[in-house]
Structures are given as structure tokens and as C-alpha cells.
Write a protein that binds this ligand. Structure first.
Ligand code: PBG
Length: 345
């Protein structure tokens, strides 16, 4: 401000009419506020996750009120509801009983598993009216619950990066053959995007794309998901493959690598504690950015609502708007159905 602007902006009573800057003018009525709103959250911005179990059934997830694991019929019914509400995209996660798990996560590439089965059924029922994403990771399939294969070394048991890549590619190919649009590797092994891209191309699956969980932090906010997906590690943690919450430059490097390896979308996950990462990533890439409002973020909101301290529609709307404002094109959220059904957006 110039000196004269500054003195004009002082608020002494006799100067009141001289105030040149009045931002409140643009907030004076609801229609006006609507007309100058910078951020819109649309139904087509949302990706609805599904937890799929073999066979039929519906199992409510205690830590995520309002979310259930679903069998095939329940999934197709939920998908139809979502499509009718304007959702265009869904993300599929498989949940398996312990009896189906082994050291190598072999069930990940089973074409009769819950995810390939659901992909074929969704495609048969809704054709190209739905965009199908599938999570690609071994943790729901391995007996030890880690996202890659184990290896004994002189320094102890490690997660074997390079030996895990062919298993992840087999899982991705199984989903491609079942009709997925975008496989979504969430394991955080180095080089997996490039490895999966080459495997898809070599198999003639050039149309199938990759949504890379490029920036995935080792987060406390995945707790409810691990209950939902029976995928908690049986020993240790994921800190040797998922990212350290203290790091931001490392996130930009992970994203640049996944883009160079052929990713079609880049994800940041979780999102509320990492909005700064999304905003910093936005100018680095021309790819669409996806934000994952994870299970712990959902559970945290639900708990506050149940405790009577937050108003759910407003609180949920505000988080989704913040995520878009920070730079997301798409948002994976367990709230997608509730937010659209309740007209909270
Ligand atoms: C699989 C995977 C996880 C999530 C998505 N894919 C869990 C994890 O890394 O332990 C978490 C999603 C959520 O918390 O909603 N690796």
C-alpha cells in the first residue's frame, strides 16, 4: 500500500467512508458468494472405495461406521447407487481370509479372487459408464502382511524390492485381463510403476493405465483400513518402504520417478496432514493429481461427529473443498456416497 492508501485504510471514525478495500463486499449474500467461489467439488471428482470379500455377504467394519466389506451382490448394488448419484470412479480392494494367504501372496494373481470377479461383473453390468481402479499390493495376500516378499539377509529379514516386482506385475495383469481401467500400485517398492508398465505393454494391455500411489507416507492414519482389509503387518512396520512423514523433497522425487516410469495419475496419501505436499507437487507435473482421504481421516471425523463436537455435513464438505483447493483433481473418499446422498457438497 502507498502512504495515502495506508492513511485511507485507517479506521478512525471520521475516515470510515474512505476505506478503499472492503473484501466483505464480495461476501454479502449467498448468491454472490456462490458466484465468486474458487473451488467446486463435483460428484465426478470423487472415487469411492470398496472392500470386496469372496462370495456374498456384508460385514460392517467397526472402526469405519457406515462402511462394510461386501460380496459381489452388495458391491454391484452399491456401485449402481453410486453411479446414480453421479460417481464415475471406484477403487477396489480385495479382502481375504487368513486361509487364502501365503508367504508369497499367491492369491493376488488369482483370476477368481474378489477383485477380478468384481471387475468382470462391473464391466458386464455397467460397460464404460464406470471408471474402474484397483489397488495393487501384496499386503492383503501375504501371511506376514507386508507389501512385498521377505528375504533373510545377514542383517535380518528385509522386504525384497526386486523379487516383489514380478508378483505385483502378475497381480496387475490379472486385473487388466478382468477389465480394470487403471491399476493402482500402493506397495511403494522402487521401480514398480515402470515394471508394471512394461509388463502390461508386453501383454498387449496398452490401454490399461496406472494410478501410482506415488507419495505414500508411513502413516498412523491407515489403522482402520488394516482392520478392514486384514492387512496389518505381523511384525515390524512399513517404514522401510513407505515415506517418512518429515520429508517433502523426497515426495517430489518419488512423484517425478513415477511420472518418468509411465504413471498416468499421481497420488498423495494420506491427505489432510499432507496438503502442503499436494500444493508443492501441483506445479511440478502436468499429470492429474489424486488425493486419498484415508480410513483414519474418515474415522476421526466420524468419532468427532458421534461425540457431538462436529457437524458432519459441514465438516466433510470443508475437508473435501480443502483437498481440491490444495490442488487435487480427484479425491478417494469413504464419504463419497454419504456426501452425495445427503447433498453435503
Ligand atoms: C495397501 C493399502 C493401504 C491403504 C491403501 N492401500 C494400507 C497400508 O499401506 O497399510 C490405506 C488406505 C486407508 O487407510 O484408507 N498397501
Amino acid at each position: 500500500l502507498t502512504n495515502s492508501q495506508q492513511s485511507a485504510a485507517t479506521n478512525s471514525p471520521q475516515d470510515q467512508n474512505l476505506l478503499p478495500y472492503r473484501p466483505r463486499r464480495l461476501r454479502s449474500s449467498a448468491p454472490l458468494r456462490e458466484s465468486v467461489a474458487e473451488t467446486v467439488v463435483r460428484a465426478s471428482d470423487l472415487i469411492l472405495p470398496f472392500f470386496l470379500i469372496p462370495g456374498e455377504g456384508e460385514e460392517p467394519i467397526a472402526s469405519m461406521p457406515g462402511v462394510s466389506r461386501l460380496g459381489l451382490k452388495g458391491f454391484l448394488h452399491g456401485l449402481e447407487r453410486a453411479l446414480n448419484l453421479g460417481v464415475r470412479s471406484v477403487m477396489l480392494f480385495g479382502v481375504l481370509p487368513d486361509s487364502a494367504k501365503d508367504e508369497r501372496g499367491s492369491s493376488a494373481a488369482d483370476p477368481e479372487g474378489p477383485v477380478p470377479t468384481a471387475l468382470r461383473a462391473a464391466r458386464a453390468a455397467f460397460g464404460n459408464d464406470v471408471v474402474l481402479y484397483s489397488d495393487v499390493c501384496l499386503c492383503a495376500h501375504t501371511s506376514h502382511g507386508h507389501c512385498g516378499l521377505l528375504k533373510e539377509t545377514p542383517r535380518g529379514v528385509i522386504i525384497d524390492n526386486d523379487a516383489s516386482l514380478p508378483e505385483l506385475a502378475r497381480m496387475a495383469l490379472t486385473h487388466a485381463e478382468a477389465g480394470v481401467d487403471f491399476v493402482s500400485p500402493s506397495d511403494m517398492m522402487d521401480g514398480r510403476v515402470g515394471y508394471i508398465r512394461r509388463a502390461l505393454d508386453a501383454a498387449g494391455q496398452t490401454e490399461v493405465g496406472i494410478l501410482a500411489y506415488a507419495v505414500k507416507y508411513a502413516s498412523a492414519f491407515y489403522g482402520p483400513f488394516r482392520e478392514a482389509a486384514h492387512s496389518a503387518p505381523s511384525f515390524g512396520d512399513r517404514a522401510t518402504y513407505q515415506m517418512d512423514p518429515r520429508n517433502a523433497r523426497e515426495a517430489l522425487r518419488e512423484a517425478a520417478l513415477d511420472e518418468a516410469e509411465g504413471a498416468d495419475f499421481l497420488m498423495v496419501k494420506p491427505i489432510l496432514p499432507y496438503l502442503d505436499i499436494l500444493t508443492r507437487l501441483r506445479p511440478q507435473t502436468h499429470l492429474p493429481l489424486v488425493a486419498y482421504q484415508v480410513s483414519g481421516e474418515y474415522a476421526m471425523l466420524k468419532a468427532a461427529v458421534q461425540a457431538g463436537v462436529l457437524e458432519e455435513p459441514r465438516a466433510v464438505r470443508e475437508t473435501l473443498q480443502a483437498i481440491k483447493r490444495a490442488g487435487a483433481d480427484l479425491i478417494i473418499t469413504y464419504y463419497a456416497l454419504q456426501a452425495l446422498e445427503g447433498e453435503w457438497l
